[in-house]
Design a protein around this ligand. Sequence first.
Ligand code: ADP
Ligand code: MG
Length: 419
Amino acid sequence: MGKIAFTAKQNELMCTFKRSELRRINILQGSVSAGKTWISLILWALWVAMRPPEYLYMMCGKSLQTLKRNCLLPLQELIGERNFTFSLAAKEGRLFGRRVMLEGANDGRSEGKIRGITLGGAYCDELTLFPKDFFVMLLSRLRVEGAKLIATTNPDVPTHWLKTEYLDNDALCGSLLSVFFHIDDNTTLPADYVKSLKKEYTGVYYDRFIRGDWVVANGAIYKVFSDAPRSYDIKSSDLPSGFEYLNIGLDFGGNGSKHALCATGISHDMQKIYALKTERIPAADMTPQALYKRVYNFCEDVLKRYGKLSAVYADSAEQTLIAGLRQALRPIGVIVKNSLKREINDRIRATTMLMAGGRFRLVSGECGTLIDAFRGAVWNDKIIGKEERLDDGTSDIDTLDAFEYSFERFIPQLIRSEK
Ligand SMILES: Nc1ncnc2c1ncn2[C@@H]1O[C@H](COP(=O)(O)OP(=O)(O)O)[C@@H](O)[C@H]1O
Ligand SMILES: [Mg+2]
């Protein structure tokens, strides 16, 4: 493996391994960038290399793509192509001559596929993101003597199945090893990098991804904004002279809710985003034609002022309205695309990271509805198992959706840790 040096925390885990004190289930949990994945891959490789070559092994992530990015490529880098090769198409790899199946836990067919097999060992990346059924099935497949599971995860809500049924389950204490890693344990990272990473996470995300605590999300979602809304303001005259993308997000209102529009500029270096103009349109008694006209006017105004409009990203649930809108906007050459609809919590995390990193600004005189929407948004404290943005009509979720549609496609470029 060439020359490698463990952090003190990683070394502790390796000593546990050398003393043969790993258990049946081994979970490395804690903050981001704490060195969990790095050491888990070394541990996994060394452990597999010592096990019988005829056994079947498995590595799984939320999806095959995230598994490749987070684990397969880094593992190959760590131990070399001579010792580890893989093919996503074949969903299979070879680790020190052992056959390793590769699976995405969120692929609905995966659970059925592993139903009948017997595994000598399993590796799981970001375990809280797995459906519980998949994990239960996986454990039941670890049937050979000495079979083990090695997993990494960040914390989630305290009511998460992994926490309540496994980590906190006294009945499992002899067969489950949980090791906690803090970001400060990763002494290989430059101090200023750690500092900027810590700054990007706020609220519940700070508690989970930096402190490593299993906590519920409650209260204001965009507290980082509502604590100092004016610090996000930018005068039109201070905006960059041009944008890489200028998109409009459009959320269609239904019964009771309103339509919402948000124009957002993304800087040429893909580092900053600017909310330029937002608007709400009452949905009640409005014909599609009247709506198209309002959107047309909004687009025309943006085009006139900024000389650019890359695309309108519209709520993909409303294909009929989108088709009509395409027609209506054709005369001014505006393209209408479907919103991507990333998971709402991924959009929220990206937004708060951009805010905390000083990478979000808005033209306050033009974005009153967005300011109100940020200030009004709260977590739903009645939900168990996963946090959720409260959407009961008491806050303006439509405008938040429109804002998010306007930049969500670019989250991977904007946020380094996102897929
Ligand atoms: N012992 C080490 N030597 C060199 N780099 C390391 C070491 N441990 C971790 N790293 C690096 O630190 C970064 C974060 O580690 P990672 O294992 O991905 O954290 P986590 O899985 O806890 O989020 C990665 O770039 C990783 O390669
Ligand atoms: Mg990791």
